[in-house]
Design a protein. Structure first.
Lengths: 326, 326
DNA sequence: ATGAAAGCGCTAACAA
DNA sequence: TTGTTAGCGCTTTCAT
């Protein structure tokens, strides 16, 4: 069923049908308008968006390239993106890259071939700039602290503010000796998390003590090891953890030592992974506004697509989720 | 950059370029072939898949309509689908319906407009048959026990076998008095889970005792309440739970009563939700082959698209994940 | 071994 | 108020 067949049934030209279908019907008589609409309804006509896209040079679809939808962070992101896109009349093509450059590049190329109007992605600088060279597809980069020359949007989260708030919260709750356990990664987010802790300590005139800092991996083991080490070396009544897994390890160590959480030592995490609310005790943690990141990415991307003037970088605030571990 | 421009640069016709780009170059001289390929490479030419789709009447893209990617079950499904689709050269458009018929219908319509080659979906019978009336898009239905007239594929999981295996496992582990706590839903999966338990009990010549069966909701509360009730009424040394949440409630009740799991009472769940491995004790549970469901759905869908003769229903086996609660 | 031309289904400028 | 027509970028048949 095509527009042409509808036109024949209604004894009009396909141009006329196209006009009423697209609301450009100021000059169409009400009679023909009704007649066409009825036939369209009766025949269950479905417009061919591919033909329309070819003509209009716009597919009303966006691509998203993320490492893995099975990762809770990215599934929430995907949902935020899809919801926002749908509201604006866009569909989204999903691509899982597993953080592999080869897959990123391949997917971006496919998306470009499919003429998506824009791409939201978490990818390496190399993949992005490479594909930008081929075709200047509007893009918004998520959760990656790299800057691409040219007009690629960026959405990032204020990691420093996150640990700053968590540490401040521990101080508010009466902690005097606060440790920090996190990853030794040298990348931006990890550095910012340490910085946020430092800033809170310093601003509150507390001692910044090397013995209270343990940096290794974003794992349960690191949390356990770090806590045990600190307990050996110094007095602590609060630990700001670089992520929730570390917090889980810390709680485990504390339990083994018979130290009550939060009575004796208070704990904060970072990320708010799904299990955090089921822990014993439920974990106070810093949550990234993931869903909102998705929404903002879509807003920014569509603005770029529509060539509106937009701020090309957006920094989102974290949210402190208070539960029973503090 | 279009095929026509490439053609001009190479001093050939666009037909020739098209041929070498699509490997239909048996009759193209090696010289021109090379020349064209070089120019394509040098100019970073990206084929326009939209134009190709219009001509070929195939978009090489699939649609998926699921309630919510943020739900772990569906994110794994989505991943399975996307991986399998990618391997076969298809992209996938993601749609979240929140189980609302209105959204399902709207999304299916959009997918049909975008001329997807097929749709994998978890949706109501009404939405499906309605959209099938408009256009006969190949579809595969997931995790829904409804049958549509016509050629809609179905992938389902053998729920009965799941609880049968779980209960048998409890028996193997020496349980003599096994309870069953589940949902009172009258839908297929719930009924099948009860049936699997019954069958295992009966086949092993154990008494089928109403006091050992508690049916209410798929919630932690039901698990707790059911366990407490059973404990009051009868002796039990094993509980087969209809899902993991119920198992969590059961373990909670047992702990409160000072009854050791798995020493005194062994527990099995169903679903293997993410927290299950972190529980104390880690939960033995029945896992649905979710990722595989996605893969199978894609295989079946593509077979339908290619008009191959295929079995239109596939029943997948569950997997018993043994951990420390049994 | 290569090219001309038609046509996929739609929109829009222009004509009537 | 409606229709004619060209063209979006591609593939493919048929001719050369």
């Amino acid at each position: 069923m095509t527009i042409k067949e509808i036109a024949e049934m209604a004894n009009v030209s396909s141009a006329t049908v196209s006009k009423v279908l697209n609301g450009k019907d100021q000059y169409i008589s009400e009679a023909t308008r009704q007649r066409i609409l009825e036939i369209v309804e009766r025949e269950g006509y479905i417009p061919n968006a591919i033909a329309k896209s070819l003509k209009m040079k716009s597919t009303k679809t966006l691509g998203i390239v993320i490492p893995d939808v099975m990762n809770l962070f990215f599934s929430e992101l995907a949902r935020g993106i899809e919801d926002a896109a749908e509201k604006k009349g866009y569909s989204v093509i999903l691509c899982n890259s597993d953080n592999k450059e080869s897959k990123e590049e391949k997917y971006i190329q496919v998306l470009q071939e499919k003429m998506v109007d824009g791409i939201i992605l978490t990818a390496s600088e190399k993949s992005v700039s490479k594909s930008l060279k081929r075709r200047n597809t509007p893009m918004v980069l998520l959760d990656r602290d790299i800057s691409i020359d040219g007009k690629v949007g960026r959405i990032v989260v204020d990691n420093e503010e996150g640990t700053y708030n968590a540490t401040s919260h521990l101080i508010d709750k009466g902690c005097k000796n606060i440790g920090f356990i996190s990853s030794a990664n040298i990348n931006k987010p990890s550095g910012q998390r340490l910085k946020g802790y430092e800033r809170a300590i310093l601003e509150n005139h507390m001692s910044y003590d090397e013995n209270k800092i343990f940096l290794k991996n974003y794992t349960i083991d690191t949390g356990y090891e770090g806590t045990m080490t600190m307990l050996d070396r110094t007095e602590i009544d609060g630990i700001c953890c670089g992520n929730d897994l570390i917090a889980i390890g810390a709680i485990k160590a504390l339990k083994e030592k018979g130290i009550d959480v939060p009575e004796k030592v208070k704990i904060t995490g970072f990320d708010d992974i799904q299990v955090s609310q089921y822990l014993d005790p439920p974990l106070t943690t810093v949550r990234q506004p993931i869903y909102e990141m998705g929404e903002e990415a879509v807003k920014m991307l569509i603005s770029i697509i529509e060539k509106k003037d937009v701020e090309i970088e957006k920094i989102l605030k974290t949210i402190l989720v208070e539960r029973s571990s503090t």
